[in-house]
Each structure stands twice: as structure tokens, then as C-alpha cells.
Write a protein that binds this ligand. Structure first.
Ligand code: 5RP
Length: 231
């Protein structure tokens, strides 16, 4: 019973953040608008609301196989990321975020395609509960997608940087790779760290979204939404 109540409350909080993103998008949506869909429970709430709204737009582009299933189940149109030339809005959950738009993502192991879409998007909007707004990054271990064959050299490189990488149990990404969750890295210069980590041979992508930060961030609680708009 307790878990039912808390799931319902979580859902309610997710609906608030996702509705705020939808309201923002519908102010400028047209029949040509392309909407990128993130991955996770909050992104799936957004998909439901988008479908229920009945607003006309061109199609979705999905960041994961999980989200493609949600998009299809909701009856929305989707084009493959491989065929996508532009994205107007990208809406996604986050694991942690600073009020300047820099976030950590990858809790759902979809960070690779998520970053491609976030960086293509004209407007990246994050949707999450208020607990994910942080003053300093790093409480959430940083997800890094790597080539399985490069596991040992990448682990050693991360340890040399002060990181404590742990392979995520039973996790193979949509791209056939594995995820290392890395605590202990100095996250004080996220943009530099994002580039440094991606320069390690064998790293496919890391979960710091600093080069492509959010333009708007919706942080919700059971009472409402705090909406941040960044330059
Ligand atoms: C997936 C992600 C998710 O957006 C993040 O983990 C938040 O998910 P949820 O909405 O389920 O809390 O980065 O790779």
C-alpha cells in the first residue's frame, strides 16, 4: 500500500514537470515541428500528455528503444534518429542539474542517443522533480557508456583521474555497449571534464551535458513547478 501511494505521488510530480514542458512547446508548435523524446519515467509521462493533447506536429525522434515503444504505444509518429535532420524541441528527464542548464544524465543508460538529440535540438527542456536541482554535480555517479572490449583500459584511465568506476549490473545499451557508473571525479569544471572523458579511447559518450545545456528546466514538487529559463 505504501509503495502504491508513493508511486502515485511520484507520478503526480512527473505530470507537473511534463505539463510545463508541453505548455511551453504548444505556444510555438506547428505542423513541421520535430520533437525529440528522452528516456525514462518522466519522458514517458511527457509522451502520454503529448498524445492526449492532440496537438499537430511533424513527428517524434526517440532517444532509445524503450522510448520508441512508448511513442508507438501512444499512437505518435516517429522517425529514426539516423534519418533525422533537425530537432525543434528535446524534452528529457535528468539525474542531476545545475541552475545554469548543465545536467547529468544516463540513469536509464540512454545517454549516447540522448546527447545526440539534445545537441541537435533548437531547444532542450529538462523535466524532473525538484530534488534533482543541485548546487554541485557529483552526488549521482556519472554514467559513462564504453565499448565492452575497452573496459580494462577505460577503468584504469578513469581511476587515474580519481574516479571509482563500477560496471552497471546486467546493462547493455541500445548500442551494444556497457555502462560504468563513476563516483569520485572532480566535477567542478563540467564542460572540460565532458571533453576530457570523451577523449579516452573506448569511451562512447559520458553523461555530462555541459556542451549542450538545457534552455529551460522544469523542477516540480507536489505543489507546482519551478520553471527556469537560461540564456
Ligand atoms: C536516461 C536518463 C533519464 O532521463 C534520467 O535517468 C531520468 O529518468 P527518470 O525520469 O526515470 O527519473 O538520463 O538515460
Amino acid at each position: 500500500m505504501e509503495s502504491f501511494i508513493s508511486n502515485t505521488a511520484d507520478e503526480c510530480v512527473r505530470v507537473k514537470a511534463a505539463s510545463a514542458a508541453l505548455n511551453h512547446i504548444t505556444q510555438t508548435i506547428t505542423a513541421e515541428t520535430v520533437i525529440g523524446i528522452g528516456t525514462g519515467a518522466t519522458a514517458e509521462v511527457f509522451v502520454q500528455l503529448l498524445a492526449q493533447s492532440g496537438v499537430e506536429f511533424a513527428h517524434c525522434v526517440s532517444s532509445s528503444e524503450r522510448s520508441s515503444k512508448a511513442i508507438q504505444a501512444a499512437g505518435l509518429k516517429e522517425i529514426a534518429l539516423a534519418d533525422c535532420e533537425r530537432v525543434d524541441f528535446y524534452v528529457d528527464g535528468i539525474d542531476e542539474g545545475l541552475s545554469n542548464g548543465i545536467t547529468i544524465k544516463g540513469g536509464g543508460a540512454a545517454l549516447g542517443r540522448e546527447k545526440v538529440i539534445a545537441c541537435m535540438a533548437e531547444c532542450f527542456i529538462t523535466i524532473s522533480d525538484e530534488g534533482r536541482l543541485v548546487e554541485f554535480l557529483g552526488k549521482f555517479p556519472l554514467p559513462i557508456e564504453i565499448l565492452p572490449a575497452a573496459k580494462t583500459p577505460v577503468v584504469l584511465a578513469l581511476q587515474a583521474m580519481g574516479g571509482k568506476p563500477v560496471q552497471r549490473d546486467g546493462c547493455t545499451t541500445d548500442n551494444g555497449n556497457i555502462i560504468l557508473d563513476v563516483a569520485g571525479l572532480d566535477m567542478s569544471e563540467p564542460a572540460e571534464l565532458e571533453m576530457r572523458l570523451n577523449a579516452i579511447p573506448g569511451v562512447v559518450e559520458n553523461g555530462i551535458f555541459a556542451q549542450c545545456p538545457a534552455k529551460h528546466m522544469a523542477f516540480s514538487n507536489h505543489l507546482g513547478v519551478r520553471w527556469l529559463s537560461l540564456k
